[in-house]
Design a protein around this ligand. Structure first.
Ligand code: BYC
Length: 313
């Protein structure tokens, strides 16, 4: 017992001294579990996040737009792979992690259960969803677990390109015809509140935050990051002449931040529990892709086994 206590004290001292925890280091079982939970949810979000945007690859309005969107969606697949690998360094099996997604047991970000109805939605996803993702992920480049922190450095670089491409789509539409302007405003109206929900429940309701902050897995709270995102995005909307759909939104001179209206947490939890507009379709699409990819997995395993035989001979 005393030995574990000493190990825990040494572990916390290392974190307090801003040293990274690496896969072979001793760590409390709860630290490992919490990381597996967060990193696997994050990986699943990247993978499911390809679906709403993939929906528009064949319908992008020009060859240039199509090439950019294709590259972005491929980046998300890469992020999923880095994160599944980071998760494996904690002793999990990739097969089991993916099985939990396919069976509906695992969580992924609520935002990907909303539909992308028009081309402007692709702009709104890049601008708002990737924008919210970077706001949260920049802090994760300094997370205490080495493999997660290193994966996040590259992911953040790519996410900032994604955010810029989304904002550029929105600014072109906002400068376009009346119909294009309306399309951009409509997309902002539909994606604004779900984007704020991406940061997770209010701090008082956040089950994991306190412990995750002590272990420096998280470095800023859900509410702090949400506020930073709002402050930054309101100004970006103003520049391109779009209106944030919140009648309570108001600059507060004394706090130096925007005040904003209430978030519909019932909607959030309903989506998290599987009842959002697209939860069912997303899981069906992932299961279909997994089934159709069975031959690729079989071929890769057969190739690896043959190679091993040849090396051994
Ligand atoms: N959706 O105690 P809390 C992307 C859950 S992908 C669903 O505050 P935590 C991109 C939470 O899991 C962006 N569930 O949790 C990809 C917990 O449930 P469990 C994804 C949510 O972990 C493609 C419960 O609520 N980013 O960038 O301290 C295209 C209580 O919450 C959500 C990441 O995953 C949600 N929005 O804080 C474009 C970043 N929020 O596990 C873009 C990594 C909360 O107890 N993750 N829940 O059953 C994190 O930073 C943290 O996990 C969160 C939540 C800030 C999200």
């Amino acid at each position: 017992m005393t030995e574990v206590k000493n190990l825990e004290e040494m572990f916390q001292a290392k974190i307090d001294a801003e040293q990274k925890i690496e896969p072979k280091d001793w760590m409390p079982e709860e630290y490992r579990k919490n990381l597996v939970r967060q990193i696997s949810q994050h990986a699943h979000s990247e993978v499911v996040g390809m679906l709403p945007e993939g929906n528009w690859i064949s319908r992008a309005p020009s060859l240039r737009r199509k090439a950019i969107l294709l590259a972005k969606v491929q980046d998300e697949a890469g992020h999923g792979l880095y994160l599944y690998s980071a998760c494996e360094t904690l002793g999990t099996s990739r097969e089991k992690t993916i099985e939990d997604l396919l069976s509906g047991k695992a969580k992924y970000s609520s935002i990907f259960n909303y539909p992308t109805i028009t081309w402007a939605d692709i702009g709104a996803v890049g601008w708002l969803v990737d924008g919210a993702a970077i706001m949260n992920q920049v802090m994760l480049t300094r997370t205490s677990y080495g493999p997660y922190a290193r994966a996040m450095v590259r992911i953040c670089k790519e996410e900032s390109f994604h955010q810029r491409q989304g904002y550029e789509i929105m600014s072109v539409l906002a400068k376009g015809t009346k119909e294009q302007q309306q399309m951009a405003q409509d997309a902002l109206d539909r994606w604004w509140w779900p984007s704020l929900m991406m940061f997770g429940p209010n701090d008082a309701e956040s089950a994991h935050s306190a412990q995750s902050m002590t272990w420096k897995i998280k470095r800023e709270s859900n509410d702090e990051l949400r506020q930073k995102f709002i402050d930054r995005t309101v100004q970006q909307a103003e520049v391109i002449g779009l209106r944030i759909p919140d009648s309570d939104l108001k600059w507060n001179e004394s706090t130096g931040h925007y005040d904003f209206g209430p978030i519909d947490w019932d909607e959030f939890w309903n989506v998290v529990k599987g009842n959002g507009p697209c939860n069912k379709a997303r899981l069906e699409a992932r299961n279909k892709a997994h089934d159709e990819g069975a031959w690729v997995r079989e071929a890769a395993l057969a190739y690896a086994a043959k190679r091993k035989e040849r090396v051994a001979a």
